[in-house]
Design a binder for this molecule. Structure first.
Ligand code: HEM
Length: 325
């Protein structure tokens, strides 16, 4: 897997992203969102505008036998293992965002190498929901945060109570002891189609095989704010960090276009694969392109009416074009 391949994917992504910009359903300009993120977190040359603090890893993914029953996507219906490049990160555009912050979502982004130059991506966070229901609301939120006016920020949550769910979810859980000991969620609803044409709506969740492990508030306070990287290096020296990919099966009536909406807890899950993170990877490999949640393959479709999903690709392309300059 060469950096060159990722460079060409990145350039293509920028072009596709900018094309998507003109056809995106939402009215909010992705550039306005990137500018608003920059206003909140400041300009950091060469860094991502979102999830700036992170690092690159590599490993592999193998589907279960059940996965093909849900999707004809090559990495779910073929044998594997498929090589994977990944990036763990902290939410927000602060390159020094502390690993000890309970209220911040952790990120996991993945490129699956399908061979022949084809790559498909997944981009997840450690919460099942996003903070804003639409790009318009996300822009409003960021602009109020940038104003540093607490009354305006509080007002946003009063006017948009659905935006409280993410913070409440994160704060109800401990600081993850490691990037390898927390679940990651795809947040959006994807429609899977199998070889027989059967469709199923799902949400993705990567569950750590060793269980979810957190720190007490005192343990977190005692940690170095950038402890995740050395922690993972030490862990991987002993063996891979493993996750199960599960597809949470949606039912009629479940929200498909609202990234702030939780599905009922009793929804069934199917295990569709095993992700094994084996080693750290040179950060340049991850920085040479974007992880694009809309880069899906036949057998997986993103939500057409979820404005947040539609805005991500063009926003990431703009962030990439600025950090690559
Ligand atoms: C309209 C809403 C959103 C905007 C404007 C936005 C913006 C961004 C930007 C500008 C980047 C940096 C891209 C780059 O330079 O490569 C980024 C990265 C990221 N975002 Fe978002 N984001 C949005 C929604 C979401 C959602 C819903 C999720 C979770 C499901 C998410 C998870 C991530 C992750 C994990 C990364 C880091 C990817 C990496 O490691 O390269 N974002 N976001």
């Amino acid at each position: 897997m060469t950096a060159r391949r990722y460079r060409s994917i990145a350039i293509l992504s920028v072009l596709l992203g900018l094309a998507a910009q003109s056809s995106a359903r939402a009215d909010t300009d992705p550039e306005a969102l990137v500018d608003a993120l920059t206003a909140v977190f400041g300009k950091h040359e060469g860094k991502r505008v979102g999830h700036a603090n992170g690092f690159c890893v590599k490993g592999s993914f193998a589907p279960t036998a059940e996965a093909a029953g849900l999707s004809k996507a090559p990495h779910l219906s073929g044998k594997g293992p498929w090589p994977v490049i990944g990036r763990f990160s902290m939410g927000g555009g602060n390159p020094a965002a502390p690993n000890t912050d309970k209220g911040n979502a952790r990120g996991l982004a993945l490129h699956f190498d399908l061979g022949g130059g084809n790559v498909t991506d997944m981009v997840m966070i450690s919460s099942p929901v996003f903070v804003a229901k639409t790009p318009e609301k996300f822009l409003d939120f960021l602009q109020r945060v940038a104003s540093k006016d607490q009354a305006k920020i509080d007002g946003f949550f009063e006017e948009n109570p659905e935006s409280k769910t993410q913070g409440a979810w994160l704060k109800a859980r401990p600081v993850p002891a490691s990037y390898a000991t927390v679940s990651y969620f795809g947040v959006h609803t994807f429609t899977l189609t199998n070889a027989a044409g059967k469709r199923q709506i799902v949400k993705w969740r990567f569950v750590p095989k060793g269980g979810e492990v957190g720190l007490t508030d005192d343990e977190a306070k005692a940690k170095d704010p950038d402890f995740y990287r050395p922690e993972l290096a030490e862990r991987l020296a002993k063996g891979p960090a493993e996750f199960e990919l599960t597809a949470i099966l949606g039912e009629p009536g479940d929200a498909t276009d609202d990234p702030t909406a939780l599905w009922p807890e009793e929804r069934k899950s199917v295990k569709v694969g095993d992700l094994s993170i084996a080693a750290l990877e040179n950060d340049a490999t991850c920085d040479a392109g974007i992880f694009d949640p809309t880069n899906v393959v036949d057998g997986i479709a993103g939500p057409e009416k979820d404005g947040i999903f539609q805005l991500r690709s063009p926003a990431y392309a703009i962030s990439f074009s600025r950090r690559a300059q």
